[in-house]
Design a protein around this ligand. Structure first.
Ligand code: SAM
Length: 312
């Protein structure tokens, strides 16, 4: 086994990474070229080129982003919440090391400042250097303040400060620094750091392979926010429909009409810069299948610091 997740077939130099979607189900990614493979202070890193998904970033063996489909995940993560807020000016991103969530937020001309807080400086430097085609210089935008810190620690010093908070952290794998970013105590910190009409969104793992994780995150947000809206989008590289959950103090994402979405996209100069998200898709993202609605509504567990939620 090479550094972190790259293995090679013993009879040839054919290399691959196996990414485990869940216990007993692995996706084998052939590795055409290794750009970087090693360990940071916090995570195992594989930055590789694959035939199907192009340039891929793996952290602790989990695919984070791929050049072939990153826009599906990042547009779904960013634009529903940004458009639900009528005038998002101050934005916080926790995680998002590749700088792509940052790229999408900066498309909104209402944005005056974006603070991006990631715990792993080495990941940031790797992404700055090797993922230029994806972040497209977003780190250099004058509205950006990049902070290397634990997102929860940084946010706990803030109060009534942000219109939108986006949590784009790694999945809560056991031992990952992201586990404390999926608990009731953390969401209370987020609630307090948001302005009166603020909203937050978090990536919430696969709505199929780790459905229990997804429904627990959803139920945990319900313990803190008055309005909670789960949604999902298909992400080929994740081999799954991927879950997100919005927690809102005042504005309901599903109350936004298609016309209001169209108008806000136009007024903010975002309209012609998208490949997935559009006015007709906004509400459709929140239309969940019956089995998933039922699992969400019947979920009783809440993730806390004492009893966190993990992906298996
Ligand atoms: N798009 C990916 C996904 O779907 O899971 C996540 C993108 S990004 C690579 C995840 C980032 O979260 C990483 O850069 C990692 O360093 C960061 N991260 C993990 N735990 C963190 C914490 N406690 N505070 C701040 N950043 C954290």
């Amino acid at each position: 086994m090479l550094a972190s997740g790259i293995a090679n077939n013993k009879d040839s130099n054919w290399r691959f990474i196996v990414e485990w979607s869940s216990k007993g189900l692995g996706i084998l990614h052939e590795v055409k070229r290794v750009i970087f493979s090693g360990h940071t202070k916090y995570q195992d890193v594989d930055l590789v080129e694959t035939p199907t998904y192009g340039i891929c970033l793996f952290l602790d063996g989990k695919l984070q982003t791929s050049s072939a489909d990153e826009w599906m995940y990042h547009e779904a993560l960013v634009h529903p919440i940004m458009l639900t807020h009528p005038n998002p000016r101050r934005v916080m991103i926790i995680g998002g090391g590749e700088g792509i969530t940052l790229r999408e937020v900066l498309k909104h001309n209402t944005v005056e400042s974006v603070e991006m807080v990631d715990i792993d400086e080495e990941i940031i430097e790797l992404c700055k250097q090797y993922l230029k085609a994806l972040h497209r210089g977003s780190f250099d935008d004058p509205r950006v303040k990049l902070v290397i810190e634990d997102g929860r620690k940084y946010l706990s010093a803030k109060h009534n400060d942000y219109d939108v908070i986006i949590v784009d952290a790694t999945d809560p794998l056991k031992g990952s620094p992201s586990v404390p970013l999926y608990t009731k105590e953390f969401y209370e910190i987020v609630f307090d750091a948001l302005r009166d009409e603020g909203l937050m969104v978090t990536q919430a793992t696969s709505t199929f392979y780790t459905i229990k994780t997804f429904t627990t995150i959803c139920n945990t947000l319900k313990a803190v926010f008055p309005i909670v809206r789960p949604y999902q989008v298909w992400v080929p590289g994740f081999n799954s429909l991927w879950g997100f959950v919005i927690g809102s103090k005042r504005y309901d994402p599903v109350a936004l009409s298609e016309e209001e979405v169209r108008e806000r996209l136009h007024n903010r100069g975002v309209k012609d810069k998208l490949r997935l998200y559009h006015p007709g898709l906004h509400k459709a993202l929140f239309a969940l299948p019956l089995f998933l609605e039922e699992r969400i509504n019947s979920e009783k567990d809440i993730a806390t610091d004492d009893k966190p939620v993990y992906v298996d």
